[in-house]
Design a protein around this ligand. Structure first.
Ligand SMILES: Nc1ncnc2c1ncn2[C@@H]1O[C@H](COP(=O)(O)OP(=O)(O)OP(=O)(O)O)[C@@H](O)[C@H]1O
Ligand SMILES: [Mg+2]
Length: 300
């Protein structure tokens, strides 16, 4: 699968005219599962094939008082893949992301309409247990927000609340830190304060903490915007590795990042979903002029 991520990165970061050249080139294409086929063999675009839907928004809207946050969003998000949400500031990206685990409930004037299904259950049904929903749908914010506790205690926090103790807890902390690509850097200093870590390490710690409650979905709101290019590259690598086990929805202002890390991209504008599809198509052959203007930097 690493091959696919690399290919996609290269392919989607080019503009439409360059893409034309690439498409007609006779070459051997390496598919995700390492089966190599000649270019003239009939094939479908595996990236446009949706894996099972894990999140479905149906005519879903959020209002802040009378103000629209997002309006009439209908979209399916595939499991075990990366979905990027892009769009100009104030277009509702964070609102939509926060809606998936009902973090918007914490804003008193926020009100949702329509349905948003997670694993087939409407997350807005009165009977939904919010603690359970947020365990299944974890969140990583723009600014790393570790607790003022040790590295170990940050990761152990959620599992402890779930009753995990002793050796099982140690193992879980280690596996989450490994999954978040942080273990090697902190394995001898687990008792140290998390606040002593660098910004990039703190962000990976927050990812480890989010993984510790065994979520199915990881929501990331501009997780790299406060990081330098090296730390950003680490997080992107991490996302590419995590998507085989988790569903990731990432908001980003960085077009190259969306192109590099995501399988599908949703373009929002003024609270509406303008276009949604295969990342490669959105960046190379968008069907809406608004999308094209945005991804080519002509507006936004
Ligand atoms: N807590 C809030 N109270 C009132 N209005 C809000 C609140 N949060 C967001 N909004 C409004 O909802 C709309 C969408 O905001 P949102 O934060 O979702 O945009 P965004 O796409 O994430 O923007 P950015 O790229 O700047 O983070 C905006 O008009 C914003 O002013
Ligand atoms: Mg935002």
């Amino acid at each position: 699968m690493a091959t696919m991520a690399t290919d996609l990165t290269q392919e989607t970061s080019v503009l439409p005219e360059q893409d034309e050249k690439r498409d007609t080139r006779p070459e051997v294409i390496a598919l995700a599962d390492n089966i190599r086929i000649q270019d003239d063999v009939p094939r479908f675009d595996i990236r446009s094939q949706c894996l099972p839907t894990i999140i479905r928004a149906e005519k879903f809207s959020v209002y802040y008082g009378k103000k629209v946050g997002v309006k009439d969003i209908t979209m399916d998000i595939c499991s075990r893949s990366v979905t990027a949400i892009i769009g100009p500031s104030g277009c509702g990206k964070s609102t939509f992301l926060r809606s998936i685990n009902r973090m918007n409930d914490l804003i008193p004037i926020a009100r949702a309409e329509g349905a948003l299904y997670v694993n087939g259950v409407n997350a807005y049904d009165r009977r939904v247990d919010l603690v359970n929903l947020r365990q299944r749908v974890g969140m990583v914010f723009q600014k790393a927000n570790p607790f003022p506790k040790s590295i170990y205690d940050n990761v152990a926090y959620g599992p402890r609340l779930q009753g995990v103790r002793g050796r099982a807890l140690d193992d879980l902390v280690e596996s989450c830190l490994r999954d978040a690509a942080l273990w090697d850097e902190v394995k001898y200093s687990l008792g140290k304060s998390a606040l002593a870590l660098s910004g990039g390490q703190q962000q990976r710690l927050c990812i480890a903490r989010a993984l510790a409650t065994k979520p199915q979905v990881l929501l990331m709101d501009e997780p790299c915007s406060a990081l330098d290019p090296i730390a950003t590259a680490k997080i992107e690598e991490l996302i590419a590795g995590l998507k085989h086990a988790y569903t990731i929805v990432i908001v980003t202002h960085n077009m190259q990042q969306a192109a590099r890390v995501s399988d599908r991209t949703a373009f929002f504008c003024l609270g509406e979903l303008i276009e949604y599809g295969d990342t490669r198509a959105i960046f190379t052959k968008p069907s809406r002029k608004q999308t094209e203007d945005y991804v080519t930097g002509r507006f936004g």
